[in-house]
Design a protein around this ligand. Sequence first.
Ligand code: NAD
Ligand code: DAU
Length: 366
Amino acid sequence: MRTFRNILITGGAGFIGSNMIRYLLTGDSGFTGRIINVDALTYAGNAESLADIAEHFGGGSTPRYVFIQADIRNRQNLERIFNEYQIDAVIHFAAESHVDRSIVGPESFVTTNVLGTYTLLEVARQYWQDRFGTLAEAPVLFHHISTDEVYGSLGATGYFTEDTPYDPRSPYSASKAASDHLVMAYHHTYGLPVTLTNCSNNYGPYQFPEKLIPLMILNMLENKALPVYGDGKNIRDWLYVEDHNRAVWLVMREGRVGEKYNIGGENEWENIQLVHALIDIVAEETGKRAEDLRRLITFVKDRPGHDRRYAIDCSKIKKELGWRQSVNFPEGLRHTVRWYLTHQSWIQHVRSGEYRHWIEKNYSNR
Ligand code: NAD
Ligand code: DAU
């Protein structure tokens, strides 16, 4: 089993990255080292999501949690960070992640997801080569977080396997596909030790409320329209965020270097069915009437190029590494609804834009 001392997490102030940091430092991961969270704090990054972690693990002479506001497109910053913190593993979450935004403005998707990943790979390669000589033998790992969207869109049947040819169809998924190819190319060309995971739709606490599930929950609480794209019959496979992060950690420790693993919920829902399920839970949790909430459903113009169905075959990680989903969907959804109901100040700061100034108003490690 591989062990790591100084993990550089990029995009750790985002949804999945912040949950990963929480899992590594406070969950049953067994990780005893230090995390360096490098995040540019774009609109999607929120240092407030890790306020308690910064307080408990960020102090003292040898903090286990260090936050650095930096952009992965800035090579000099990354070089300094690798050197200063003697990074031996990278978990690369940082990305522009929202499909709708990629349709309206693709440029940052190309610069961050493609060029940013290239820059990070290049800095890791050079730093680890200087430190260990032969990359293939170096006790280091670059783990790249990717998406099932790189495989394209399915019809009513079939599943994405690790061998499904890439067929990205939005600027977001094209930029993620490019980054996946670069990661694998660095492994094949330079021997960089890499692992890569492609995951389906995550849900859970700290998700920015532009994504379907938090958007619907918050709009229900405010009696706002619930915008459902097209006919509402597009299908997504949903996985609780901590199950994703457990899978990533397992792959990092026990997965085969140079391999990619699919991660999924085996939990397909039409968007409209999911909205109805959320309505039932929100009604039960708040005392609002489900009929009133259902009246808020508004079918709107479809997302251009909207992929019809995603479905993951995750038998490889199950068979090879013994991973299983642990959170069932009704429980995970209810937990998520309760989380949004009980974290009003986080929501208000996100809604008002105040979260952008949280790091200046509070503190940073640097
Ligand atoms: P997110 O948008 O919530 O967070 C992204 C984070 O990256 C933010 O904190 C942002 O500030 C940071 N960031 C963006 N550009 C940066 C840059 N140039 N330099 C440094 N930091 C930068 O995204 P998420 O939903 O947490 O997704 C994280 C990763 O997981 C992404 O790579 C995404 O493609 C992948 N993924 C997401 C899902 C999902 O359902 N959300 C599913 C599969 C894979
Ligand atoms: O599949 C993994 C991907 O899941 C990740 O790679 C992306 O980073 C993540 O954003 C997510 O992409 P989706 O486009 O599937 O997620 P989103 O929450 O934007 O939309 C989920 C579905 O709901 C999709 O079919 C579009 C639809 N939708 C979305 C929104 C925001 C609506 O019908 N109405 C909405 O308002």
